[in-house]
Design a protein around this ligand. Structure first.
Ligand SMILES: C[S@@+](CC[C@H](N)C(=O)[O-])C[C@H]1O[C@@H](n2cnc3c(N)ncnc32)[C@H](O)[C@@H]1O
Length: 281
């Protein structure tokens, strides 16, 4: 079968299934199957090349049309400089978290400490923690994750990408007591969706783990735990960075100000929505 027509048929199937990134998804799935880059696939498509793995591609297309996340089908997610292993049971890292991670990278670089300590609470696939370890190699990075399903992927990603970074399984509320008062930068992308607010995309509400999404009635239960853990862990002058939903900027600022944090500021993501709040201990 010709690559070009297979891609066209797949993209039409995806459009009918309501997938916004139909053409991109078709190309990513077929390049993954053929083990070539997306650029190579596009070049082959342009020259009317054929491929033989038609049945396998049709199976992948059928699964994606059922709104199984693209990253679960390829088994990987790209995040900043990293390719992370992901699948059912672990939260697929999002582009907006790349911006939040930049705040932590910047804070680590100006920490004034030759070997600053960074902590990522609720690390999921390890996206934030591993980016910090790779991009700020002089930092000592610690991460915690509660979910037994998620941490199977986290362990593989840590072993592959930053074997010196420390990963533990547990509740972020009481993680790393040995680091109390010593941490330079603490970052977290906790679950923050209010329980009643079910996300519209099936990829999210059917396939991201509930533990990764929902944060109680106002969505801020785990943010409150992050606040409490951060007060215990950060050194005086250390930086706290919390990702949250676009409508939670004011609520998170109020929560942190009431808790005694200084220089509380909310930051926008690439499309101008409130996305993270930072504060100094
Ligand atoms: C929104 S996901 C973010 C994952 C990752 N930080 C990222 O940005 O891709 C939230 C993560 O918090 C974890 N989690 C939820 N409650 C937790 C807790 N009390 N302690 C530690 N991890 C928790 C979930 O299992 C999930 O992996």
């Amino acid at each position: 079968m010709k690559i070009k027509s297979a891609l066209q048929t797949a993209a039409e199937t995806f459009e009918k299934a309501g997938i916004e990134s139909a053409t991109a998804d078709a190309e990513i799935l077929l390049s993954h199957l053929l083990n070539i880059s997306r650029g190579e696939l596009q070049a082959k498509s342009f020259t009317d090349a054929e491929f033989s793995e038609v049945e396998s591609f049709e199976e992948l297309v059928a699964k994606r049309a059922q709104r199984i996340p693209l990253q679960h089908l390829t088994g990987q997610a790209h995040f900043r400089r990293l390719t992370l292993k992901v699948g059912p049971g672990v939260f697929v890292p999002r582009p907006e978290t790349e911006v939040v991670t930049q705040l932590a990278v910047d804070a680590l670089r100006v920490s004034g400490n030759a070997n600053p300590i960074a902590v990522d609470l609720a690390t999921g696939s390890g996206a934030i923690a591993l980016s910090l370890a790779v991009e700020v190699p002089n930092a000592k990075v610690f991460a915690v994750e509660l979910s037994s399903d998620a941490i199977k992927y986290t362990r593989v990603n840590f072993a592959d990408l930053a074997p010196d970074a420390v990963l533990v399984q547990g509740d972020l509320l009481d993680a790393f007591p040995e680091l109390n008062g010593t941490v330079d930068v603490l970052v977290s992308n906790p679950p923050y969706i209010p329980d009643e607010m079910i996300p519209i995309y099936p990829e999210v509400h059917l396939h991201d783990p509930s533990l990764a999404l929902y944060g109680g009635a106002d969505g801020l239960d785990v943010v409150r735990s992050v606040d409490s853990a951060a007060k215990r862990l950060l050194r005086s002058g250390g930086t706290l960075i919390i990702e949250h939903a676009d409508m939670q900027g004011e609520a998170v600022r109020e929560l942190l100000l009431a808790s005694g944090w200084r220089q509380v500021r909310t930051h926008k993501d690439l499309v101008g929505r409130d996305r993270a709040t930072t504060a100094l201990a």
